[in-house]
Design a protein around this ligand. Structure first.
Ligand code: HEM
Length: 310
């Protein structure tokens, strides 16, 4: 009994201190507690809102699978970004914390890769080919969270299109690097400078934000955080393993799973159909063409040469 009274006095003291620090009257807040509604599962998780966000454009049933799986992906991208932010903002970062948080990120990527069969095997090709025509020019290419994950993992020069990397000056600004980013190849005609609608709409909406994120993460992206920890900690084999695993999962395994799914729906008898985003996807999407590698210094020259080829 005495223990409960002590605990309750301590709690009141803490509440008093917290609200006074905010310039608020703690007694008003305590009064409010008397009338608070009990929390429920459906309110806390916003279930009604969540379940109202699926709005198919066609009468084809498998379109719901497509929409919901993309939404699940975006939620997991958000979980990944939250872990990246924790690493980025950690001041006294050490190998133990770093490895543990990378483990979480890698677990999320594992889920994304393993569940991609929902796209590849979980829809009828005939149904997909019907509803996809209503989606043009939208494409997963326009996933801003996916791009943000990339920008937060590695220095921007590692995302510059491989053909422009050798020409990049040492003083190139983040703005210049962003203009030569690898994903431009999906929608830009390098000869005429013309951009397709998918890319144009994407840039109008997000380019400024990507530039802001690139500045924000220039010195706190995953690689920058790694080279800033103590040299002895950098040698931690579990940490190196986790970084390599992340690079491989994002830039080879997910990419290949996605690529094989595109092959299933968009290629038959050697004929390739144009995707909703209008890219020359067969070439563009392959990791050996894109050669985006977050942590090139952690791979041997042979591994780099064979990137995405095995
Ligand atoms: C049947 C399922 C899918 C097919 C056939 C497919 C196909 C494609 C194709 C062909 C592209 C190249 C750009 C274009 O021309 O549109 C692309 C890009 C992309 N898609 Fe998908 N996709 C599928 C599902 C998904 C899912 C579930 C996600 C998760 C968010 C996703 C995310 C992306 C991303 C991030 C890109 C850009 C990749 C890059 O720039 O290398 N896709 N997709």
């Amino acid at each position: 009994m005495i223990k409960t009274a002590d605990k309750s006095a301590e709690l009141m003291e803490d509440i008093h201190q917290r609200y006074t620090e905010m310039g608020q009257d703690p007694l008003v807040h305590l009064e409010g507690l008397k009338y608070a509604k009990p929390i429920t599962y459906w309110d806390y998780c916003e279930i009604d809102t969540l379940l109202s966000l699926q709005k198919p454009r066609t009468i084809v049933p498998d379109e719901s699978v497509f929409i919901m799986y993309h939404q699940v992906n975006e939620l997991i991208f958000k979980m990944i970004l939250s872990e990246i932010q924790q690493i980025a903002d950690k001041e006294d970062l050490n190998a133990h914390f770093f490895t543990e948080r990378l483990g979480r990120i890698n677990r999320y990527w594992g889920i994304l890769i393993n569940s991609f069969s929902i796209m590849k095997d979980g829809m009828e090709t005939a149904q997909y080919l019907k509803f996809r025509t209503t989606l043009t020019p939208a494409s997963g290419f326009q996933s801003a969270q996916y791009r943000t994950i990339e920008i937060c993992c590695t220095p921007l020069e590692n995302l510059v299109h491989q053909y422009f990397r050798p020409q990049l000056s040492e003083n190139a600004t983040l703005d210049e690097k962003l203009s030569k980013i690898y994903w431009q190849a999906a929608g830009l005609n390098f000869k005429t400078g013309e951009k397709n609608l998918t890319l144009q709409l994407f840039e109008v909406k997000y380019r400024e934000e990507f530039l802001r994120i690139a500045h924000d993460y220039e010195h706190k992206n995953i690689w920058a955080k790694y080279i800033a920890i103590h040299p002895d900690e950098q040698k931690d084999q579990n940490l190196i393993k986790a970084l390599r695993h992340l690079d491989e999962m994002v830039n080879i395994e997910w990419v290949m799973t996605h690529y094989h799914t595109a092959e299933k729906y968009l290629e038959s008898d050697g004929n390739t159909t144009e995707a909703t985003g209008g890219s020359s996807w067969k070439k563009y999407m392959h990791p050996s063409y894109q050669r985006r590698i977050f942590f090139p210094k952690l791979w041997s020259s042979e591994e780099l040469e064979n990137w995405g080829r095995n």
